[in-house]
Ligand binder design. Structure first.
Ligand code: GZL
Length: 352
């Protein structure tokens, strides 16, 4: 199993970086200039073998990042930003990067390997909210601070087991999506919901924000179905196809991420309907494909959730290594983009 896992650790890249992020803020900027030109080919130095065990052979800031995988364009943008940041900076930070291929057990194994390496800080997006107590306790016992990135863990888990979370407010995103959907439908209509990965905080909280807002404020809107598309375009399309076969009337679809919205657009077109007109479409993430769909009139709104977090991650890690305290939640400053705000210039200017 160990051998198999070694293959899973697709890129333990020991990259030299300068910790040159902007000052740690309790509200990070929505996009970071550092990510403006992600490399087609990383210009990183050839990865050097990770040190066998214990602290790296230098006083660099050594960060272990256990990425979820490559399920969405958003996730790829986050990975690109972290690796692009790494590729740009040499000499003060060493990045160990693992791709867990959507499996919690691989994230846990990667975190344990980072503990064994003796990294200074561990950062990771928990693929689901639960099941982290044991490995986070091991991090704590090893004296290695943990940064949760873009997703959180269950509120019942002892929150002293992680130092900070760098993420958007997913409940707010769900609420903003509900406000947009209500406006688009003129206060009444039938809505279906494409949920993200089962048990992921981003899905749980976006659903909470959307459903609770609709229930409390939009008596004319009925959510007739809600099913996971696992944050992927392919599954978003499949679930939307099944909704279209099941329900004669669908006026709107709320998608927990833009990739599923793009899949839903395909399904709606193949059913002979006009996405953005016959069925209103609201997504979350703010990926470029969503902006292009909005500009084309095939989608109506995306609620931004920036994946451009590398500056905050490495800046926070540097502070933690220096023994400084940081806020428990470093929240991204995101915006809502409806069609009236989306011009060709806005699309061209998107960082991801
Ligand atoms: C949000 C992040 C989610 C994105 C999806 O912070 O966890 O995971 O919204 C991605 O696109 O799969």
């Amino acid at each position: 199993m160990k051998k198999v896992f070694a293959m899973m650790l697709t890129a333990t890249m020991s990259l030299s970086l300068a910790a040159c992020g902007n000052s740690g803020q309790s509200t990070a900027s929505a996009t970071s200039p550092a990510a403006t030109n992600p490399p087609a080919e990383s210009s990183a130095q050839a990865p050097t073998p990770a040190p066998a065990s214990g602290k790296s052979a230098n006083d660099k800031l050594v960060v272990g990042f256990a990425q979820i995988g490559q399920e969405s364009g958003w996730r790829d943008a986050e990975t690109n930003d972290i690796q692009w940041y790494a590729a740009r900076a040499t000499d003060t930070v060493e990045l160990h990067f693992a791709d867990a291929q959507q499996k919690q057990e691989n994230q846990i194994k990667a975190i344990r390997s980072f503990i064994e390496m003796g990294v200074d800080v561990i950062a990771f997006p928990p693929v689901v909210e639960t099941g982290w107590e044991a490995v986070l306790t091991e991090c704590q016992e090893a004296g290695i601070p943990v940064i949760l990135v873009d997703r959180g863990i269950d509120a019942n888990t002892d929150d002293s087991l992680y130092t900070t979370m760098i993420a958007s407010d997913h409940v707010w995103a769900g609420e903003q999506a509900a406000i947009a959907m209500n406006d688009l439908l003129g206060g009444s209509g039938v809505v279906v919901e494409l949920e993200g990965t089962v048990g992921a905080s981003a899905a749980v909280q976006r659903k909470q924000g959307f459903d609770e807002y609709i229930a409390a404020n939009c008596s004319g809107i009925e959510i007739v179905a809600s099913q996971t598309g696992d944050f992927t375009r392919a599954q978003g399309k499949e679930v939307m196809e099944s909704f279209l076969k099941t329900y004669d009337k669908i006026d709107g679809v709320f998608c927990h991420n833009d990739d599923m919205a793009l899949g839903a657009i395909e399904a709606i077109k193949e059913a002979g309907l006009k996405p953005g007109e016959d069925i209103k479409i609201v997504g979350v993430d703010g990926v470029k494909g969503a902006f292009e769909a909005i500009l084309a009139g095939e989608m109506n709104c995306t609620v931004e959730c920036t994946p451009i977090l590398a500056n905050q991650i490495f800046d926070t890690a540097a502070k933690l290594k220096a023994g400084e305290s940081v806020d428990k939640w470093i929240m991204s400053a995101d915006e809502v983009y409806t069609a009236d705000r989306v011009t060709a210039d806005v699309v061209d200017g998107r960082a991801y």
